[in-house]
Design a protein around this ligand. Structure first.
Ligand SMILES: Cc1cc2nc3c(=O)[nH]c(=O)nc-3n(C[C@H](O)[C@H](O)[C@H](O)COP(=O)(O)OP(=O)(O)OC[C@H]3O[C@@H](n4cnc5c(N)ncnc54)[C@H](O)[C@@H]3O)c2cc1C
Length: 355
């Protein structure tokens, strides 16, 4: 079996982002890389969205960028501006195509379907397959999105709707999310933050149909694309070992209060690329401890006072959008952290802190 200098397990978002970062910085000129990826073909399967708080390698895969967004709870709506830090959506189909076309030009890079086809012994391994021991009693962000095309112009393509809480909540947190790509095309998503033990929540198609037809009042449309998924709002149990570094979801790159992962993966890839020659001697990369601590408290409040969450998310945006965006993208300073904390219901958070 062939040995490689580097092995990436999982050629998804994190695996390919890292391979691209290494390749485009000439780190694979004299080194070999195997990427283990079982999927039979790459096709569009996800839409990665985020506020552009850092530069990244995939500007040419951005499907759309917005400078304005809204958030609403029943009978209240906020219209907000984010032109300094626009909200971007990346089409995974374009992302896979771009990276794979670059990687295949380097003969030092090989793809395999199964880990048993390579010798792991003397390699530096980057693993992006999360190890989830028990799903029970864990919080997930689970969702389904459909891209619809309407017969008549309907959407304000300049304004995306980040969270619409004006919908059935059961005992969970539920919102719709709408990304208008043009006047007659949009991705509409139903999203739940819950332990996934209520089957009524998983009736995503019915929720989307009802929302589009009775809430948005769109009667004539067709569905061009669907995606669904579940993001763990807890850390998978993967641990870094000697010669093995976890990346992506497995590497704890998800911000637990939001599910945002894409830009953290880009930051992590850059860190690995810069330090690849002495990676075993440097500090492990991670989302800053202050966010891990604050998110833990936030998720405790979310679990114990679920029905307050729409208000809490809404109130957070009493701050300037820039402050909230920086906080949600783990790029805030202490002053911005304090502004966010001050908008939270103090007693609930103090109780959660003392728990
Ligand atoms: C539908 C969806 C939408 C999302 N939207 C956003 C968003 O808008 N913004 C955001 O920031 N985050 C988003 N996320 C969260 C996160 O960014 C993505 O999950 C991202 O793809 C994580 O990258 P990853 O490499 O860790 O996992 P993946 O991209 O899932 O890659 C893992 C790879 O491992 C492969 N694999 C599986 N089993 C094995 C095995 N045994 N051996 C080898 N390979 C294996 C898989 O085929 C896959 O290609 C979304 C997640 C999903 C599921």
């Amino acid at each position: 079996m062939r040995e490689f200098d580097y092995i990436i397990i999982g050629g998804g978002c994190a695996g390919l982002s890292l391979a691209y970062e290494l390749e485009t910085h000439n780190k694979l000129k004299d080194k070999t890389l195997a990427i283990i990826e079982p999927r039979l073909e790459y096709k569009r399967d996800k839409t990665w969205s985020f506020w552009k708080t850092i530069n990244h390698n995939f500007e040419d895969c951005v499907k759309k960028s917005w400078d304005n967004f809204s958030i609403n709870i029943p009978n209240k709506i906020k219209f907000l501006e984010c032109n300094e830090l626009p909200y971007q959506s990346i089409d995974s189909g374009l992302f896979y195509k771009k990276i794979n076309s670059i990687l295949k030009q380097n003969l030092n890079i090989k793809f395999y379907k199964d880990i048993n086809e390579v010798n792991l012994n003397n390699s530096l391994v980057f693993n992006s397959v999360p190890s989830i021991e028990s799903e029970e009693n864990q919080l997930w962000q689970h969702f389904k999105g459909i891209e619809i095309e309407t017969t008549k112009d309907f959407f304000d393509e300049k304004m995306m709707n980040l969270m619409d809480f004006d919908c059935q909540q059961y005992d969970s947190v539920h919102f719709f999310y709408t990304l208008p790509y043009s006047k007659n095309k949009a991705l509409v998503e139903t999203t739940w933050l819950s332990k996934m033990n209520n089957d009524l929540e998983k009736d995503y198609d019915e929720q989307l149909k009802n929302y589009i037809e009775n809430h948005l009042n769109i009667k004539n449309y067709k569905i061009n694309y669907k995606e669904n998924g579940a993001i763990p709002l807890f850390y998978p149990s993967n641990v870094n070992e000697k010669n093995k570094i976890n990346i992506g979801t497995a590497g704890h790159m998800t911000r637990l209060s939001t599910g945002y992962t894409f830009l953290n993966i880009q930051d992590h890839s850059r860190y690995i690329r810069k330090n690849i020659d002495n990676i075993d001697k440097i500090k492990k990369y991670g989302i800053k401890k202050k966010y891990q601590f604050l998110d833990k408290i936030f998720l405790r409040v979310l679990t114990n006072h679920t029905n307050q969450m729409p208000n809490i998310f809404f109130k957070m945006f009493d701050n300037s959008p820039k402050t909230v965006i920086k906080f949600l993208s783990n790029k805030s300073n202490i002053f911005q952290d304090l502004l966010i904390i001050l908008k939270m219901p103090k007693w609930l958070f103090i109780k959660a802190l003392l728990k």
